[in-house]
Design a protein around this ligand. Sequence first.
Ligand code: GLA
Length: 390
Amino acid sequence: MDTQMLKQKFSEIFAAPKQARLFCAPARVNLIGEHTDYNGGHVFPCALTFNTYVAAAKRNDGKIRLYSLNFEETGMAETDTTRIVRDSARTWANYPLGVFWALLQRKLPVHHGADMLFWGDVPLGAGLSSSASIELATAAALNALFGFGLPQTELAKIGQEAENQFVGMNCGIMDQFASAMGKKDHAILLDCQTLQYQYAPLNLHGISILICNTNKPHNLIESKYNERRAQSEHALKQLQSKLDISSLGDLTEEMFEQNKMLITDPAERKRAKHAVYENRRTLLAAQKLAQGDLQAFGKLMNASHISLRDDYEVTGPELDAMAAAAWKQSGVLGARMTGGGFGGCAVALVKNEAVETFKRNVAREYEAATGYKPDFYIASAGDGARELKD
Ligand code: GLA
């Protein structure tokens, strides 16, 4: 679908004489730093060139009309800015509605309403943040249409508020931040405690970032994710009985080892261990990338997967089978699950000349182990949420 077509569809679907403006926001892949964002640690994602696009126009009667060409079966979602309620059938429309809601919570006047037509090429439910890309496309559109002049980082926070408080998924800031702040050919090293960030050039020297989709829907993610988050928070509370820290991200491995017995529940102790060690791995990985040491980067990715499997316990048989198949291939520097887990995608660093054989072998082994056929995408790092001008 090209952007002119989207505008054309907009006029047809909304029977609107007004010209729509076009916006887009990307999906993301996280290279390392998983389940560290809400634990006050670092993450290292990059925005992708998969995007959610939206054609949007302001109204002046307080109506919100939302339509997605990816979910035509759900039809038009129509409501009023004075009556924004979450749809318990959990349709895609909760994400843009959540953004309207979050803007209104901040007393930002979106009460004139808007018509919005969505279309995206982001693989859905694959753990590549299709939801954050819908939120950020909506936020970028409303920011421009209503002339709020909010900086991109605020749009990220608004997306997170929508997801936490309206949709009910207690996510951290990583996905929305990556979607808002992505930069072509760069990853983003983000300190999730301070929101300070640095762009890291992706100089990969003949190596591809390959995303491996397990095609296992990760529909249980919400409850298990919220549970992991609660366990980490409880572990932090117990550590705080002795240590003056504000998050697990404040701990070195040594401090953790010396104090871990303050955490009484063994499962919670493992969750905290992952958060602390993964944060350190992420900082180290960013250094290794800057030094061009992709072998070391790959090893840190492998260690990250193992920690997510054994200590954080968010991988599951499909992601483990994918990683195990990937690790065996020649030309692979490292592989790990990416995103929330329990299905979704893995990410691997693979030498360019080995990519085709990798895909063939991993597809065969993974399918034999799980019964699912995988998909593979070469990741290219793209720009963050923005308006598309003709
Ligand atoms: C999901 C959440 C993020 C982050 C990852 C795990 O993608 O939306 O905030 O916590 O899981 O790293």
